[in-house]
Design a protein around this ligand. Structure first.
Ligand SMILES: Cc1cc2nc3c(=O)[nH]c(=O)nc-3n(C[C@H](O)[C@H](O)[C@H](O)COP(=O)(O)OP(=O)(O)OC[C@H]3O[C@@H](n4cnc5c(N)ncnc54)[C@H](O)[C@@H]3O)c2cc1C
Length: 403
């Protein structure tokens, strides 16, 4: 156990901010430094929305973390006095009958066994209750009413305000901050302007920028670029809940998922695919053929959305680890340095539980969930990459069901 003292948190996404708030509550003196304003426009945690769900096939830990997070998202809505979490349900459909070993089947079976009340959905139900879907293509699936989406960029702004109010010092727009070492020990953070901040511990929560800052991690985690499209249909009402909840369309095999129209009438569609390996500071470029790929999918799945005008696109970075698990641990080679990164494209939903997980790691406190995110070696049997690791509960196709 560590006695509370001073800590520098580098990065103000959902990992860094929740850790800062929790550590402050435990008595630490906390300074959080970000390279940008908060929310940082290029951070993974920004954007208009993120899926919140408990559906994780037979993955008991992430199911339990999802259940607890959903409970806390509801409490945060009450605490904030406005709904940033929208519990509109998660509709999971497949072109095939649900089969054991598939994400849809296994999530349905596991959650039902845990007492969740899911509604199995047939083409007839799809036609009647969810008319934007192509019910001739999608055969089987279910609706989980406990799930939905969260206004992620606005949550980050809220958390930054809460951190400040709790006494966390937040320094924004710091020029190129990076960890600072005295020998192997990490003793602080320095910037390209020559500033130096010192503390007893440094928590690096820099998302996809982490492997650039710490090259010794480049073998186990890397940034992958993923695309997001925001459509603006002229009449958004067919794309609003309850007929159009958050959805996954054969997501375990294809990676397609999306959201109902938000208050501005924007319908977000995205693909949780293998992505492209990039450097976090590279320009964010959209592949030329990407819009047509989206339109082909929409024509097959949501014909009324297929020709909707495009409002905007976004290229967002996952920090993928080689095995798809987060990376939250003390750096064994650098005393004083703790890493909280490797989000692998699915961490935002867990924002309400991440602060405790990270703070327990910082303080060397026992926590039933931290073992999975520990420092680990990449070996021949577990080095297939985040996407491929999910195939053992999935299919042989190279996309995962996390998002
Ligand atoms: C396209 C896309 C869709 C997603 N959809 C979902 C979803 O539906 N549901 C879900 O649960 N999750 C989703 N995720 C994943 C989720 O967004 C991430 O898991 C989560 O936001 C990661 O948070 P983070 O704090 O690790 O990183 P980030 O949010 O990226 O934050 C990192 C912060 O570190 C700062 N930083 C970087 N380098 C430095 C430096 N040198 N000095 C100072 N500050 C620095 C950055 O400015 C940034 O503010 C999605 C991710 C993407 C990219």
């Amino acid at each position: 156990m560590t006695e509370p003292s001073t800590i520098l948190v580098l990065g103000g996404g959902c990992f860094g901010l929740t850790a800062a708030i929790e550590l402050r509550a435990r008595g630490w003196q906390v300074t959080l430094i970000d390279q940008g304003p908060l929310p940082q426009p290029d951070a993974a945690s920004t954007d208009i929305s993120k899926v919140v769900r408990m559906d994780y096939a037979q993955d008991e830990q992430h199911t339990a973390m999802g259940e607890l997070s959903i409970q806390r998202w509801r409490e945060w809505n009450t605490h904030w006095g406005e709904d940033l979490y929208h519990e509109v349900g998660f509709l999971v459909m497949s072109r095939h009958s649900l089969q054991q070993g598939g994400f849809e089947h296994d999530s349905h079976a596991f959650l039902t066994q845990r007492g969740q009340h899911l509604r199995r959905t047939s083409p007839e139900i799809l036609r009647e209750l969810h008319p934007a879907w192509n019910h001739t293509a999608y055969k089987d699936g279910y609706l989980n009413p406990a799930g939905g989406w969260v206004e992620s960029g606005r949550v980050i702004a809220r958390l930054a305000a809460e951190a400040r109010a709790a006494g966390v010092e937040i320094i924004e727009n710091a020029p190129q901050p990076r960890p600072y070492f005295a020998g192997a020990r990490c003793t602080g953070i320095t910037s390209s302007a020559g500033q130096i901040w010192q503390a007893d511990a440094v928590l690096l929560a820099t998302g996809a920028w982490t492997p650039t800052l710490l090259p010794h991690l480049q073998d186990v985690m890397w940034a992958t670029a993923q695309t997001v499209f925001h459509f603006q249909p002229q009449a958004p009402s067919p794309f609003t809940p309850p007929q159009f909840p958050v959805w996954g369309a054969d997501i375990g095999r294809t990676g397609w998922y999306g959201f109902p129209a938000n208050a501005a009438g924007l319908v977000k569609v995205a693909n949780h695919g293998p992505g492209r390996r990039v450097n976090a500071s590279d320009p964010r470029t959209l592949p030329a053929e990407e819009e047509e790929r989206y339109r082909i999918f929409l024509r097959e799945t949501f014909p009324p959305l297929a020709e909707a005008p495009l409002h905007s696109t976004r290229v967002c970075l996952y920090c993928d680890t080689f095995d798809g698990a987060f990376w939250i641990d003390h750096d064994p080679a650098h005393p004083g340095l703790i890493i909280a990164a490797g989000d692998s494209g699915h961490a935002f939903k867990f924002t309400p539980v991440m602060g405790e997980i990270i703070a327990d790691v910082v303080e060397h406190k026992p926590n039933p969930w931290t073992w999975r995110y520990r420092w680990r070696e990449k070996t021949a049997t577990n080095s297939d990459g985040a996407r491929a690791t999910m195939t053992h509960i999935q299919s042989t196709e190279p996309t995962a069901h996390q998002l």
